[in-house]
Each structure stands twice: as structure tokens, then as C-alpha cells.
Write a protein that binds this ligand. Structure first.
Ligand code: ATP
Length: 238
């Protein structure tokens, strides 16, 4: 079986700076796959390239048997690959509901969009309670819920989450992370980028460790959690 997402020898540069150096990894349908690494490792660059916001200088990206690395970002979304970006990128002056609708820009099935709006409110009731409020009045955790809800509005087969736990309280982080598991059980495949290695690996079927643009280690989430070098470098243990 071929993987749902396959990244082969991917290279991405900002001018002369090589940020991603020939990395290869794959995500099988139904899995949660975590990409962990410290600041500047190249995690965000990798996700932006997969979603068509950056062009690679080398390598290939395949999604459901189709090569996507030269495709426009909106065509990639339409094929079922959504990105909840780092820093959330919600529109503060727009209401919650308007922000969610933006996630469905590529869809024409009005009834389906309405059903998915309700699904987002079921997943995160606070979004429903405050659907008319400007999103800019939300806390960090609530904005994260909105960003995830918005990404789900394109009804993705694969959802990429860039640091969903960033800046959240432990309780809010738990809530967001348990949503990852919930979405997986509903059939969504997830590629999760995190600096919080513990939280990301606990839920991962498989994980990759990225260091200065290269994958240095990979294994099941459980294997990586007990791996000595992961424990020392990412879990703060001696
Ligand atoms: P973080 O958790 O800090 O976002 P990251 O693993 O996501 O880290 P990237 O943001 O992908 O890392 O950055 C990878 C490298 O590319 C870093 O050295 C960074 O300084 C560089 N970089 C990122 N964006 C740009 C840019 N727009 N122009 C130049 N260099 C960049």
C-alpha cells in the first residue's frame, strides 16, 4: 500500500539558507504522525511546503498518489489536505462563524458546509456559544480551537497542525490534544508538528525527529518516548 502522504528527499531554501535538507517521511491513512524538533529545525517550513505556500528546490511530495509539490495551495486544499498554521492566523475582526466559513471556501455543497459547521460546534461548544463574536476577543486556546475548526471546514482527509499547544495552559493543551485523538477516531489522518515532544509522541502512531533541517530519528511514538536521546534532548531528562 502506498502512503497517503509521501515526502521524498525534500529540500527547501530561503535564498541561500537551506532550511530543509533532503528529508523523507510518510503518513499512512488513519495515522497520527508527529514531527518534533526544537526552534528552527524546519518543521513549519516543511508544513508550508506541503500545503503549497512554499516551493521546494528539490524532492517530491505525493498526496493520495498524486504529485502536489508544484500545485497551487487552493488546489491542494481541494484535494483534502488542510493546514492549521502556527500562530493560528485567524481573522480577529471577523466573527467566529465567518472565520469558520473561510475554511470552506473551496466547497459548493451548502448543506454539507452547514453540517460541518455544526460538527465544529459539537467538537468545540464554546465556538457555538460565541459564534457572532469577533475572533480577536478569544483567548489563545479558544483561537487554537477556531483554527482547528476552520481547517476541518474543508473536510480534510489529512489535517496538518502546526504547534497547536503553543502558548496554552496545561488544561487547554490537554483539551486540544484530546481533540487530535477524537479527530483520528472520526477518520481524519493527522500530521502534528510540535515542540512539546511528550504530548505529541504520546498520541503518535509514528514520529520523526527533525534537527537543523534533517530527520535524525524515527520510530513509533512509544519507541521515541523511551528513546534515550529523545528523553535527554526533548523531554528534559538527564
Ligand atoms: P519554530 O518552532 O521556531 O517555528 P521550525 O522547526 O518550525 O521552528 P522553521 O520555521 O521551519 O523551523 O525554520 C527553519 C529555518 O529556516 C530556520 O533557520 C529559520 O531561521 C529559517 N527561516 C524560516 N523562515 C524564514 C524566512 N522567511 N526567511 C529566511 N529564513 C527563514
Amino acid at each position: 500500500m502506498t502512503a497517503m502522504l509521501e515526502v521524498r528527499d525534500l529540500e527547501v531554501a530561503y535564498g541561500k539558507i537551506l532550511a530543509v535538507k533532503k528529508i523523507s517521511f510518510s503518513v499512512e491513512q488513519g495515522q497520527v504522525v508527529s514531527l518534533i524538533g526544537t526552534n528552527g529545525a524546519g518543521k513549519t517550513t516543511t508544513l508550508k511546503t506541503i500545503s503549497g505556500l512554499l516551493r521546494p528546490i528539490g524532492g517530491e511530495i505525493w498526496f493520495q498518489g498524486e504529485r502536489i509539490d508544484q500545485m497551487a495551495a487552493h488546489d491542494i486544499v481541494t484535494r483534502g489536505l488542510a493546514h492549521s498554521p502556527e500562530g493560528r492566523r485567524i481573522f480577529p475582526r471577523l466573527s467566529v462563524e465567518e472565520n469558520l466559513h473561510l475554511g470552506a471556501f473551496s466547497r459548493k455543497d451548502t448543506a454539507g458546509v452547514r453540517a460541518d459547521l455544526q460538527a465544529a460546534y459539537d467538537l468545540f461548544p464554546i465556538l457555538g456559544e460565541r459564534r457572532k463574536q469577533p475572533a480577536g476577543t478569544f483567548s489563545g486556546g479558544e483561537q487554537q480551537m477556531l483554527a482547528m475548526g476552520r481547517a476541518m471546514m474543508s473536510r480534510p482527509k489529512l489535517l496538518m497542525l502546526d504547534e497547536p499547544s503553543m502558548g496554552l495552559s496545561p488544561i487547554m493543551m490537554k483539551r486540544i490534544m484530546s481533540t487530535v485523538t477524537e479527530l483520528q477516531s472520526q477518520g481524519t489522518t493527522i500530521l502534528l508538528v510540535e515542540q512539546n515532544a511528550q504530548a505529541a509522541l504520546k498520541r503518535a502512531d509514528y514520529g520523526y525527529v527533525l534537527e537543523v533541517g534533517k530527520i535524525v530519528l524515527s520510530g513509533t511514538g512509544q519507541d521515541l518516548l523511551v528513546n534515550d536521546s529523545v528523553r535527554k534532548a526533548y523531554l528534559g531528562e538527564d
